[in-house]
Structure formats: structure tokens, C-alpha cells
Design a protein around this ligand. Structure first.
Ligand SMILES: [Zn+2]
Ligand SMILES: [Zn+2]
Length: 343
């Protein structure tokens, strides 16, 4: 399902449909019945869910018939599978991911730390007085011990299964159309922060890559996602400052490092390239994933040192560690109960 021909085939597929649909497309979204379900053609080339869209095809049997033929013909000539679940793709999209997989990437729900966005697992801890800040907002243990250098960090979804794979498609498989979908998710994270903005212009700063990594990958995924989000949002209050930060030192992979080791690894990796541009301003730092928060915290720390008044953080995904710890604890409890029952 994953071949080096995939991206060229996707472009060819889109061009093929575009040529046909140019002749028959009415206005707006075009929905056709074909294959295992309905196909949705969106104006930006990414799949949208059929629910709630106008079924133009029902009113125009010619459109339905021609689109069905086009979809079937292309699927026969250039078969392609969803890169996440392997289901055959029958919709017109430059993104090789099916609607079901995209629809399964839901926003994080439940009680979260009001600063870093970590999940607060226990409803008792959530309500406890010593878990809260002076304003009464719930805080996780880490933020209670040491307040981060940013005002608030929000993420769209949990960094697991589908969303992680979608981010990997962009970062490691060069599937650039994924940035548009991730940008749409980032817009939701930014909207969560918006009530906190003071009203003046906010500088949007993607976490930079070291130039060697940038040359190797060809793009900075955080910048692509930030650009996609700003294009969708069209907010005059937000302005991209892609060259504000620079990564002056290459860092080794953070995977497998403890929190302390991560902090040591990242310390001094970034510099503010344009301090005059940020002094007294509010900055929104953008990254694809918030893992332990060490990277965005380091960016926030040096931005604050350069005179930035407030730093906010928005990421597409976030690792919810307490979820894993909670699951481990649950399984330990289950083992103990089983042993007690057996004894
Ligand atoms: Zn799928
Ligand atoms: Zn926290």
C-alpha cells in the first residue's frame, strides 16, 4: 500500500478528477454514491465527512453517474489504500487517509491542567484544593511545583494511534497535504487560547529545526502546520514570525530520556534571532507535538529572556502520560484483585 509512486499517483488522481469534474461540477461540495460509501469532493482537495453536506448528486443523476464512473475508473487504474488502516481509498484527495481514520482523530476531552494541558486523572484530585492555582484553576503536580515559562499550552488531540501516524506521514514520509488537516486541528487549539490574548498582535513562532535537519527533511513541519492554520483562520491579530527563533545546536533524539536529561539536552539549543522584533510582544509558539514540554518550555524561556511579555503554546498533539500511568495502575489493581480472589 505504501509505494514511492504514491505521491505522484495522488497528484495524478487529483488531476484526473479535476479534468472530469471541471466539466460537470455544479457549485460547492459534490457528493456522489460509489463503492463502499459516499464520496465527498471538497474544494481544497481534502476529504470531508459526508454527514451534513448537501447531497448535490441526488438532484443531479448525471453528476452522480459520471463521478461514480470516474471514481471507479481511477480506483481500477490506480488503486490506493489508506496509509493508516489499509482500507481502499475511493475519495478524491491528495491525502492518502480515509474519512473514517480522519474522523477518529478527536479532540482531547476531560479535566486538564489549566497551564500545561496534562490530563488530571482523578476526579478527587481535580476537585482538591491543593491541586488548584490561586484563581481556582486545576493544576497538575508538575505545574504546582514549578510554573512553566508560558501562560498556557493547548493541544488538539492525544498523540496516539491515528494522529501520531498522520504527523509521521508529514514528517517522515513527505506527505505534505497532511499539513492542511493538521493545520485545521491547530486552529482549534489556537481558539482555545484566544480569550487569553491581550488584544494586540500576537507573533506566531514555529519551533525551528536545525539547518541540517531542515535540509534533510526539506521543510519544517511546525512551520507548514502554522502556515496552514493561519491561512484557514485569517485572523489579523496573528502574524507569522518564522525566523524569530533559530536552532543553533543540533540535539539528540529526546526519545528514552528522562525529564531532567531532556532539559539538559535542549538547553541552549535555541536563540532569538530577532530580539528587537519580539520585545514587549506576545508570542504563540507552535509545535507539532507536546511530549514533556521541554522543547516549548526552552523556547518560551529564551523568548521571555529577550523581553517577550507573554508566551502561549499551541500544538496539534500532546502525549498524555497520566493516561498511560493510570492504565498501568488500573492493571496493577486488577492483578491484585485477581490474586486476592484466587487466594
Ligand atoms: Zn483509514
Ligand atoms: Zn500542568
Amino acid at each position: 500500500m505504501c509505494t514511492k509512486w504514491h505521491v505522484p499517483l495522488c497528484s495524478l488522481r487529483a488531476a484526473f478528477y479535476a479534468a472530469i469534474l471541471k466539466k460537470i461540477r455544479p457549485v460547492g461540495a459534490l457528493v456522489a454514491a460509489a463503492g463502499r460509501g459516499r464520496i465527498v469532493f471538497s474544494s481544497n482537495g481534502t476529504p470531508i465527512r459526508a454527514t451534513g453536506t448537501t447531497d448535490v448528486a441526488q438532484d443531479n443523476p448525471w453528476v452522480s453517474w459520471a463521478s461514480g464512473i470516474a471514481a471507479g475508473l481511477f480506483a481500477t487504474l490506480f488503486p490506493s489504500d489508506c496509509r493508516l488502516c489499509g482500507a481502499p481509498l475511493i475519495n478524491v484527495s491528495r491525502l492518502p487517509v480515509c474519512e473514517d481514520c480522519l474522523g477518529a482523530m478527536r479532540p482531547i476531552a476531560g479535566g486538564l491542567c489549566s497551564i500545561c494541558g496534562e490530563r488530571l486523572i482523578s476526579p478527587f484530585a481535580f476537585a482538591a484544593e491543593d491541586q488548584s492555582s490561586e484563581s481556582g484553576d486545576a493544576l497538575c503536580g508538575l505545574c504546582r511545583r514549578m510554573e512553566p515559562p508560558y501562560v498556557k499550552a493547548t493541544a488538539y488531540g492525544s498523540y496516539d494511534s491515528g494522529l501520531r501516524e498522520l504527523i509521521h506521514l508529514l514528517k517522515y514520509n513527505q506527505v505534505r497535504p497532511a499539513a492542511n488537516v493538521l493545520g485545521r486541528m491547530l486552529v482549534e487549539a489556537i481558539e482555545d487560547l484566544q480569550p487569553l490574548f491581550s488584544g494586540s498582535e500576537v507573533l506566531v513562532v514555529p519551533v525551528p529545526l536545525h539547518f541540517r535537519k531542515l535540509r534533510q527533511r526539506g521543510f519544517n513541519q511546525s512551520e507548514l502546520i502554522a502556515r496552514a492554520a493561519l491561512k484557514l483562520k485569517r485572523a489579523t491579530q496573528l502574524r507569522l514570525g518564522a525566523a524569530v527563533l533559530e536552532r543553533q545546536r543540533e540535539t539528540k533524539s529526546q526519545i528514552g530520556l528522562s525529564r531532567h536529561q531532556r532539559r539538559e539536552n535542549i538547553r541552549g539549543a535555541f536563540v532569538v534571532a530577532k530580539p528587537a522584533e519580539v520585545k514587549g510582544r506576545e508570542v504563540l509558539v507552535i509545535d507539532d507535538v507536546f511530549t514533556t514540554g521541554t522543547t516549548v518550555s526552552e523556547c518560551a524561556r529564551i523568548l521571555r529572556r529577550a523581553g517577550v511579555s507573554k508566551v502561549y503554546v499551541a500544538t496539534v498533539a500532546r502525549t498524555l502520560k497520566t493516561e498511560a500511568q493510570h492504565a498501568i495502575r488500573q492493571s496493577e489493581v486488577e492483578v491484585r484483585l485477581t490474586m486476592a480472589a484466587a487466594g
